[in-house]
Ligand binder design. Structure first.
Ligand code: FES
Length: 111
């Protein structure tokens, strides 16, 4: 069973913003994409740059180093430099508290 940890409060992360938190030694980027919250590993799969500070737009985070785009919902990257997806983490919002688990996020199943 996945265990969730309180990492931030909703009012600490406005829409369009990201913030890195550390959970069990792992740097995780919490993202507010248009009012929806997602968590991905704060480490680009291209050459390991931190993603914090990258621009978040249309659910895509741009790596500050070489600009590869990753979808914060699925972790999938774009283009040849982004072929290795980011790890994603399950996230829930409970009473204004953002909670993250080290379990992978469940992708919405089609249909
Ligand atoms: S290290 Fe992120 S795009 Fe190169």
């Amino acid at each position: 069973m996945s265990q969730f940890h309180h990492v931030l409060n909703v009012d600490q992360l406005p829409a369009g913003k990201t913030r890195a938190v550390t959970l069990e030694g792992l740097s995780i980027l919490v993202c507010n994409s248009g009012g929806e919250f997602f968590a991905v590993e704060n480490r680009c799969t291209h050459q390991g740059a931190e993603l914090e500070g990258g621009r978040l737009r249309n659910n895509m985070i741009a790596c500050p180093e070489h600009g590869v785009l990753f979808d914060v919902r699925s972790g999938c990257g774009k283009g040849p430099l982004g072929r290795v997806p980011l790890r994603t983490f399950a996230l829930q919002v409970v009473d204004g508290r953002i909670e993250v688990s080290l379990e992978p996020a469940l992708e919405a199943s089609p249909g």
